[in-house]
Design a protein around this ligand. Structure first.
Ligand SMILES: *[C@@H]1O[C@H](CO)[C@@H](O)[C@H](O)[C@H]1NC(C)=O
Ligand SMILES: *[C@@H]1O[C@H](CO)[C@@H](O)[C@H](O)[C@H]1NC(C)=O
Ligand SMILES: *[C@@H]1O[C@H](CO)[C@@H](O)[C@H](O)[C@H]1NC(C)=O
Ligand SMILES: *[C@@H]1O[C@H](CO)[C@@H](O)[C@H](O)[C@H]1NC(C)=O
Ligand SMILES: *[C@@H]1O[C@H](CO)[C@@H](O)[C@H](O)[C@H]1NC(C)=O
Ligand SMILES: *[C@@H]1O[C@H](CO)[C@@H](O)[C@H](O)[C@H]1NC(C)=O
Ligand SMILES: *[C@@H]1O[C@H](CO)[C@@H](O)[C@H](O)[C@H]1NC(C)=O
Ligand SMILES: *[C@@H]1O[C@H](CO)[C@@H](O)[C@H](O)[C@H]1NC(C)=O
Ligand SMILES: *[C@@H]1O[C@H](CO)[C@@H](O)[C@H](O)[C@H]1NC(C)=O
Ligand SMILES: *[C@@H]1O[C@H](CO)[C@@H](O)[C@H](O)[C@H]1NC(C)=O
Ligand SMILES: *[C@@H]1O[C@H](CO)[C@@H](O)[C@H](O)[C@H]1NC(C)=O
Ligand SMILES: *[C@@H]1O[C@H](CO)[C@@H](O)[C@H](O)[C@H]1NC(C)=O
Length: 802
């Protein structure tokens, strides 16, 4: 083998630079340790060699091959295709294999023999981490394998170095500095070589984070809430582990934890800045979120003002869209406001005058004009004329809004002046007030020689407060007195004519003077007291009342409540004149005293003529004095000379008659008086019982035909007497009771009447002797037949009495 080897060396040194490149094909590459591989080439080699990393493995020359001794067991050469088969390859067989064909080509292949990968494991030095604080170190270990390359996966994403991520140990270690919560995994390492690959089991990192992205939801969402609403506040945050939530209002912790806070039936005082405070007990971080909750009472009353006119639209929106309604036009009906009249206040005879009335109103008001109480126009323009002097006066405009139903009036004074020349009294526009200076001017046209003044039809005289100017055209009242009120005229005279101005009514505003209070100084409990206040004033004053410091009425009359003893006090009336701006007060004391309840006359006995009799006056409640009245006249304490027939005396509250007689009869009252006034008792009618004083028996005129006789007994007595009749014998039983006795005319005898007064118990008698002078026989027929016969006789029957 010496010679071919030498030969080959020569070959290599001589022809090492082959011309063209061919490819070597491996039956498998890369390939696992222990497997067989055949390297071949397309072209046949007749002279050449197989080399491995510049070591000759096989020498090829025509008809023979030589295999290096140390490779003889490991390779075989097939000359048919110049292929080389390596059996049971080892890692060290990796390298550059070359097939050299002398003077032809050189082909090469890098063979890679590898150990298949197995036993890939992944380990983290810590799995519970805090976001932004902690560093995670992941280590990938491989039990078997060669030529390892590492790919790191977080979920399905490949982890690359950069930022806080570092790969070291040839990619076997992944270091994540300051982990974020996106670094939770699952992490895998995928280890590969050309031959095989294997992934580790996943590793999860538990990265605690937050709280962050805090949110507060409010249901329902309003800018402002009506009282009584229920509101739910909900807080959330990104946090692991979940954050603990505590609530605060206006910086004060509530004893309330958890994501929801319910506000039920809220009041205005629940308004405030609501805050939820988040705390992650692992990251030890805090965060918060707040919202302002405004709560308002609903509006209790609203007034629509015509400034609210306009087009109204409502807009609804949510987080993704909004929409606006079409406009709705609001026209507030109002008015009429007080009309404004445009026009002259003076005009000349013969001309036309236009007055225009306008009033702010919606819808527009209907305008009417009135003059002297009559409707003169129903338009806003009133055209008057041609003017005559008697068209002066008050023109009233009334505006009426038929929707609001309201009306409003205004007037203007129009003075018509004679166009030939005119004169009128001009006065300041401010009201005339007593005590101030006031000036009337005589305004006239034409050439006037002289002017003089009239008041109430009489010439006005100058005095120390009424002064004329040198040309008489003005009269100045300084100061104005309230009796300067009156009708003023000025008269302008020249050679051709004289003109008298229309009367100018000067009304002097004055007062109020000190008011007068009419009302009681004393009043009784249980009553009302009524007070009237009056004060001289122009215009009339307005009145207000104060009772013990409180305003109690705003009219001229003040009626108290039902009085009680503690209501004594000071009553003040204030009169106020809104033109002079003055007010004057007057006070009066009211003393409430205990009421006299009742006053009654009582008598315990019946008044009997010539007997003693007493009337007693019973009064309930305290009183100051008491006196008696008879027939509306005061009864003197002692027996009056004017009434000589009366004998009485008054003692305490009793009126004693000693004795009572018919002269005492009359109407009696007793009167109890306190500071509030007299209280009269009801009338007591005193009628004295007496008699009988005399008894009479009478009978009507009788004819002889009368069959019956009636006797009537009467007595002067009070009360009426009881009457009893006796026939002939007073000691026998009475034959009749009552004032009239009727008997047959034949029953002659002595008829006695007994009259007894049931009260005085006095009795008197009277007797009549009754006889019939003639025709006693005829009167003996006590039958019906007899009565008929009596008619036939028709005789007169004289009756005798004594
Ligand atoms: C490799 O070749 C040898 C003999 O040349 C044979 O015994 C062996 O089974 C082969 N191995 C494989 C994996 O084919
Ligand atoms: C060489 O290769 C050819 C073609 O594949 C084959 O027929 C022959 O048997 C091989 N020779 C040896 C000694 O293996
Ligand atoms: C390659 O060359 C060898 C020896 O020179 C020869 O035996 C063989 O048949 C050739 N093969 C081909 C395919 O021509
Ligand atoms: C994990 O490794 C990192 C980097 O070496 C180190 O900072 C950290 O403290 C380690 N963690 C633990 C729990 O050992
Ligand atoms: C609020 O809640 C209370 C109690 O649950 C309920 O009585 C009330 O009607 C609610 N108010 C509103 C406006 O829903
Ligand atoms: C995180 O780091 C900050 C700043 O270095 C430190 O104040 C805080 O205590 C750390 N948090 C934890 C949970 O260690
Ligand atoms: C209407 O509104 C105007 C402007 O806001 C105000 O000046 C006026 O007083 C209001 N009138 C009434 C009656 O409320
Ligand atoms: C309503 O939507 C329009 C367009 O979508 C936008 O321009 C407008 O600002 C929105 N208005 C409100 C109040 O959100
Ligand atoms: C108000 O007056 C107008 C104009 O005269 C009339 O058309 C309308 O019907 C009236 N409305 C009412 C409610 O009377
Ligand atoms: C105008 O208003 C007054 C007071 O409200 C009312 O008494 C009167 O009848 C009204 N007149 C008309 C014409 O409506
Ligand atoms: C008189 O009236 C006329 C017309 O109104 C006016 O111009 C003039 O000033 C008045 N004169 C006086 C003295 O007031
Ligand atoms: C005005 O005259 C009256 C008498 O005519 C006199 O009593 C009074 O004091 C006078 N007043 C002044 C301010 O001169």
């Amino acid at each position: 083998m010496e010679s071919p080897l030498v030969f080959a060396l020569i070959l290599f040194t001589t022809f090492a630079t082959a011309t063209s490149m061919q490819k070597i094909h491996a039956s498998e590459n890369p390939l696992p340790v222990g497997s067989n591989v055949t390297l071949s080439c397309q072209d046949n080699v007749t002279i050449g060699a197989w080399l491995f990393d510049n070591d000759i493995i096989v020498l090829i020359f025509p008809g023979n091959t030589i295999i290096a001794n140390n490779w003889i067991d490991k390779v075989s050469f097939n000359s048919t295709f110049s292929s080389l088969t390596i059996s049971s390859v080892q890692l060290e067989d990796s390298g550059l294999w070359t097939l050299l064909a002398i003077n032809s080509f050189r082909a090469q292949l890098t063979l890679s023999v590898q150990v298949p990968i197995s036993g890939v494991t992944l380990r983290a030095n810590a799995t519970n981490l805090v976001e932004f604080n902690d560093t995670a170190v992941l280590t990938c270990s491989v039990l078997n394998g060669s030529s390892l390359s590492y790919v790191w996966l977080n979920g399905s994403s490949v982890v690359t170095a950069g930022g806080g991520v570092q790969l070291s140990d040839g990619g076997a270690t992944l270091t994540m500095v300051r982990v974020t919560h996106y670094d939770e995994g699952p992490f895998r390492c995928n280890v590969s070589n050309g031959l095989s690959h294997e992934s580790s089991l996943p590793v999860y990192l538990n990265v605690s984070y937050g709280p962050s992205n805090t949110m507060m939801g409010i249901m329902p969402m309003r800018s402002t809430y009506i009282t009584g609403s229920n509101i739910t506040l909900s807080c959330s945050a990104d946090s692991s582990p979940p954050a603990m939530i505590q609530w605060m209002v206006d910086g004060v912790y509530l004893n309330h934890f958890g994501p929801h806070l319910q506000l039920e039936t809220v009041a205005e005082s629940n308004s405030g800045n609501y805050q939820c405070v988040f705390h992650n007990t692992v990251t030890l971080r805090f965060s918060s979120k707040s919202a302002m909750i405004r709560i308002m009472e609903p509006i209790a009353a609203v007034v629509v003002n015509h400034t609210d006119n306009g087009d109204y639209q409502c807009q609804a929106f949510n987080s993704v869209s909004n929409m606006t309604s079409s406009p709705y036009t609001v026209n507030v009906n109002y008015g009429p406001m007080k009309p404004v009249i445009a026009g002259q206040s003076m005009a000349l005879t013969g001309t036309l005058e236009t007055l225009n009335c306008s009033s702010a109103s919606h819808p527009p008001s209907h305008i009417s004009w009135y003059y002297n109480g009559s409707l003169v126009a129903s338009t806003s323009n009133l055209v008057i004329g041609p003017l005559t002097l008697n068209m002066s006066g008050k023109y009233i405009c009334m505006a009426f809004n038929n929707i609001t139903g309201k009306n409003s009036t205004a007037y203007t004074m129009l003075t018509i002046l004679n166009s030939l020349g005119y004169v009128y009294v001009e006065a300041p526009t401010n009201p005339a007030r007593e005590g101030y200076s006031y000036k009337l001017t005589c305004n006239e046209t034409g050439t006037v020689k002289h002017v003089y003044w009239m008041k109430n039809g009489e010439p006005l005289r100058e005095d120390n407060t009424t002064v004329f100017s040198s040309d008489n055209k003005t009269v100045t009242f300084n100061p104005l007195k309230h009796n300067d009120t009156g009708h003023y005229q000025c008269v302008a005279i020249n050679a051709l004519w004289n003109l008298t101005s229309p009367p100018y009514m000067l009304l002097v505003n004055f007062g109020p003077k000190t008011p007068m209070i009419h009302g009681p100084a004393f009043a009784e409990t249980g009553q009302y007291a009524v007070f009237h206040c009056s004060a001289m004033s122009m215009p009339p004053s307005q009145f207000s009342w104060w009772f013990n410091g409180s305003n109690v009425a705003n009219s001229s009359v003040f009626t108290t409540d039902v009085l009680s003893l503690n209501m004594s006090g000071e009553i003040t009336c204030m009169a106020y004149n809104n033109v002079t701006g003055k007010n004057v007060t007057k006070s009066k004391m009211l003393t409430v005293i205990e009421a006299i309840g009742s006053v009654m006359i009582r008598s315990n006995t019946v008044p009997i003529n010539t007997e003693n009799f007493t009337l007693t006056c019973d009064v309930t409640g305290p009183y100051d004095t008491m006196y008696w009245m008879k027939d509306n006249m005061h009864l003197n304490m002692t027996h009056s000379v004017a009434e000589p027939h009366m004998s009485y005396h008054i003692e305490n509250n009793s009126l004693h008659f000693t004795p009572v007689t018919l002269h005492n009869e009359g109407t009696y009252q007793c009167v109890a008086t306190n500071q509030a006034g007299p209280h009269k008792s009801p009338k007591y009618m005193l009628l004295v019982n007496y008699g009988p004083l005399s008894v009479k028996i009478s009978l009507p005129y009788l004819t002889k035909h009368d069959l019956y006789v009636s006797l009537t007994c009467s007595a002067d007595s009070r009360p009426d007497c009881d009457f009893h009749w006796f026939l002939n014998d007073e000691s026998s039983a009475a034959v009749h009771m009552g004032s009239v006795i009727t008997f047959l005319a034949t029953n002659r005898g002595n008829y006695t009447c007994k009259a007894t007064n049931p009260v005085t118990n006095i009795t008197m008698y009277k007797t009549k002797d009754f006889t019939v002078a003639a025709h006693a026989s005829a009167l003996r027929f006590p039958s019906q037949a007899g009565l008929l016969m009596m008619g036939l006789f028709a005789l007169s029957v004289p009756v005798l009495f004594n």
